[in-house]
Ligand binder design. Structure first.
Ligand code: TA6
Length: 296
C-alpha cells in the first residue's frame, strides 16, 4: 500500500495478518517504522527528524551506501539514504522464499550527477520483508553494471536505530572479546573485554568480523531484539549521548536515552586504513541481509 507520509513524501506500508507492520519511504529506501503485533513501535525515529531532501531521515533504518562513515570520497554515509528509490517491477529470482510474507522491492540506479562523484554503474535492489512472526528482513543485492566490467568497492551499513526504554539499562551480547575500531579515538584498534556491552557515555565503535547473531537486551521493557546478518561481516554500535545529541539539529536533547544504533555493516579489513570489504566484481550480485526479530 502506497500512501503520503510526512511532508507529502510517499511511503509504503507493509502489514502482516497478525497485526505487525512496517513503513518505508521511497526517499532513501528508508524504513521508518516497524511495529510488533501489539502495535508497539520497535524502531526509534527522532521527533525532530527532517523529512526533506537532501537531509537523511534521523532514525529508522538509513542505508549507508556506497560509503559507510566519512572515510572516502563521498558525503558521510554515501548517497543511497538521500536519493529517491523506485519500485522494482522486475526483480530477479530471489534466493529466499517470500511467499506468505508481506514484501516490497525497490531499486536504485545512479543518476548522471551521481556518476560524477562516484563513477560506477550499479543496480541496487532492496527487498524489505515482514515475516508472519513480525520479523523484518532487509536484503540488498548490488549488481555491478559497469560496461567496461571494472570492479568497484564499497562500504555498507543498515544503520538501524532501535527503540529502547533507557539505554543505560541495555546490554548488547555477541560482541564480547572482539576487535573494534573506536571512532572516538581516531579509529584506533582495541579488543573488547569479556562482558556484554553496556552504555554510560558516548559510544561509537566498529566491531570487526562479528558473529552473525547479535542480541540487544532491553531490561526495562523485558524485550530482546535479535539481529542476524549475512554477507555483512562487521557491526557498528553508536549512541551520541548528551553533548552530541545537543549538537544535532534533527535530534532531541534527551532522545539519546531512548535509542541505540546496532548496525549490520561491511567495513574494512585490518586497520582504519584497510581496504573496503565490499567488492562488486563485474556483474556479480552481492547479497547483504539483515533481519530483525523482537520478543518480549
Ligand atoms: O554509525 C555511527 C556513525 O557513523 C557515527 O559516527 C555518527 O556520526 C552516526 O553514524 C550518525 O551519522 P549521521 O551522518 O547520520 O549524522
Amino acid at each position: 500500500e502506497v500512501c503520503k507520509g510526512v511532508n507529502g513524501l510517499e511511503k509504503i506500508v507493509l502489514r502482516e495478518v497478525r497485526g505487525s507492520s512496517a513503513e518505508l519511504y521511497f526517499y532513501g529506501g528508508h524504513v521508518t517504522s516497524w511495529k510488533n503485533d501489539h502495535g508497539e513501535e520497535l524502531l526509534f525515529l527522532s521527533s525532530k527528524a527532517i523529512f526533506k531532501p537532501p537531509k537523511a531521515i534521523r532514525g529508522g533504518i538509513p542505508i549507508c551506501f556506497p560509503q559507510f562513515g566519512s572515510l572516502g570520497p563521498l558525503e558521510q554515509h554515501g548517497f543511497a539514504r538521500n536519493r529517491f528509490w523506485s519500485i522494482d517491477n522486475d526483480p530477479p529470482p530471489f534466493p529466499t522464499n517470500s511467499s506468505n510474507k508481506a514484501f516490497v522491492d525497490l531499486i536504485l540506479k545512479p543518476s548522471e550527477e551521481d556518476m560524477k562523484v562516484w563513477p560506477h554503474r550499479y543496480e541496487f535492489r532492496l527487498r524489505v520483508t515482514l515475516g508472519p512472526g513480525g520479523d523484518l528482513m532487509l536484503t540488498s543485492r548490488i549488481r555491478n553494471t559497469n560496461t567496461d566490467g571494472k570492479p568497484f568497492t564499497f562500504t555498507f551499513a543498515y544503520h538501524t536505530y532501535f527503540s529502547v526504554s533507557d539505554v543505560s539499562e541495555v546490554r548488547v551480547e555477541g560482541l564480547e572479546t572482539l576487535d573494534y575500531l573506536d571512532n572516538l579515538r581516531d579509529k584506533e584498534r582495541f579488543t573488547e573485554q569479556g562482558d556484554a556491552i553496556t552504555f554510560e557515555s558516548e559510544f561509537d565503535k566498529i566491531y570487526l568480523s562479528t558473529p552473525t547473531k547479535i542480541a540487544i537486551l532491553d531490561h526495562e521493557k523485558k524485550r530482546t531484539f535479535v539481529l542476524r546478518k549475512d554477507g555483512l561481516p562487521d557491526a557498528v554500535v553508536w549512541n551520541p549521548w548528551d553533548k552530541k545529541a545537543k549538537a544535532m539539529a534533527d535530534f532531541g536533547d534527551d532522545e539519546y536515552k531512548h535509542m541505540l544504533c546496532v548496525e549490520a555493516a561491511a567495513w574494512a579489513i585490518g586497520s582504519s586504513k584497510g581496504s573496503p570489504r565490499g567488492i562488486a566484481q563485474a556483474d556479480l550480485v552481492h547479497p547483504c541481509t539483515g533481519s530483525l526479530a523482537a520478543s518480549g
